[in-house]
Design a protein around this ligand. Structure first.
Ligand code: PMP
Length: 318
């Protein structure tokens, strides 16, 4: 089993109820609407520790909050802040906590009413907290299965938004995969095309092309997906094709890999007991991994715009 859980500390500074407080001070009622009905939206952002600079490099911060506000809009949540304000609040949380390690940031906006009844015209709340996060999955080759659970469709629970409730779909597929001894699940759409992994987008290498399912394949439009498409085109000169992918194309691919904020760039070496690329990590994904981490840690001047540096003053936690 390759998935790790990461501890959330009660001592950390978080943003909640419009102010900076310690996570341990916050108490939520069991009657909270979002807990009962899954009426929340969230993001996952990574900040990479850069030892030589003494900075955390926050990756694609703006892009995550743009998507967050789109997700909020779907559930008619007014989180009360602009993208710029959300970015600034996040940087302040990191300055206060001053972690000197790779860190995950979790913005969450949800229907906070303590009432019974399913609807959306309700008051909401915004929280932002962090957790230390090293590798979420192994980066040396995952063994996967195609899930018997289908991806939720855009006309049921739109995957384009990161809604808390839709992660039941994810949890069912991941749990079934783990119980069957696999590391990860791959979803098909209702019509049987490849969609994405549980919490990551999927790419195939075939005959010099990089292929990935389109936004109409009930995927979350991943920020890492876009970053990898940029690197493949600009740095490797590889054509990137967004098109429907059949299940058995996965087996026939030279390489398959996942992309995501948590997953990073994770090679797949086996699907449904078929070895992919001879069961070894392929050269394209290896090069993409190397480039991605260099850019994400703020070590590649040309891709400076991908990250925002936060100076971490030793012992700054206040
Ligand atoms: N799909 C799903 C369902 C996800 O939860 C994630 C993780 N956010 C992704 C894809 C990858 O998206 P991103 O690269 O923006 O993290």
């Amino acid at each position: 089993m390759s998935r790790k859980g990461f501890e959330v500390s009660d001592e950390q500074w978080i943003y909640h109820g419009g102010e900076f407080v310690r996570l341990g001070e916050v108490r939520l009622s069991p009657a909270t609407h979002a807990l009962n009905y899954g009426t929340g939206v969230f993001e996952g952002i990574r900040a990479y520790w850069n030892e030589s600079r003494g900075t955390l490099q926050v990756l694609k911060l703006r892009e995550h909050y743009e998507r967050f506000l789109n997700s909020c809009e779907l559930l008619h949540i007014d989180c009360g802040h602009t993208v710029e304000e959300l970015c600034e609040i996040t940087l302040e949380i990191l300055r206060r906590n001053a972690p000197r390690e790779d860190t995950y940031i979790r913005p969450l906006a949800y229907k906070a009413a303590e009432s019974i009844g399913v609807k959306l015209a309700l008051p909401s709340e915004l929280s932002i907290f962090t957790a230390p996060m090293a590798n979420y999955v192994e980066l040396t080759g995952l063994r996967c299965c195609v899930s018997s659970w289908r991806r939720v469709s855009d006309n049921a629970i739109p995957p384009r938004a990161k809604t808390t409730g839709s992660y039941i779909n994810t949890a069912l597929a991941v749990d079934a995969a783990h119980r069957a001894g696999y590391d990860e699940a791959i979803f098909l759409t209702q019509s049987g095309y490849v969609s994405e992994a549980s919490a990551a987008n999927i790419f195939l290498v075939r005959k010099g092309n990089l292929i990935t399912p389109p936004p109409t394949a009930d995927i979350l439009e991943g920020i890492t997906r876009a970053a990898v498409m940029e690197l493949a085109e600009k740095e490797l000169g590889m054509p990137v094709v967004e098109r429907d992918v059949g299940r058995t194309e996965l087996y026939a691919a030279e390489e398959v890999f996942f992309t995501g904020t948590g997953f990073q760039i994770a090679p797949v070496v086996e699907i449904d007991d078929h070895p992919i690329g001879g069961g070894r990590v392929g050269p394209v994904v290896e090069r993409l991994q190397e480039m991605y981490f260099r850019a994400a840690r703020g070590e590649w001047p040309e891709y400076e715009g991908w990250t925002v540096p936060v100076e971490v003053v030793h012992g700054a936690a206040r």
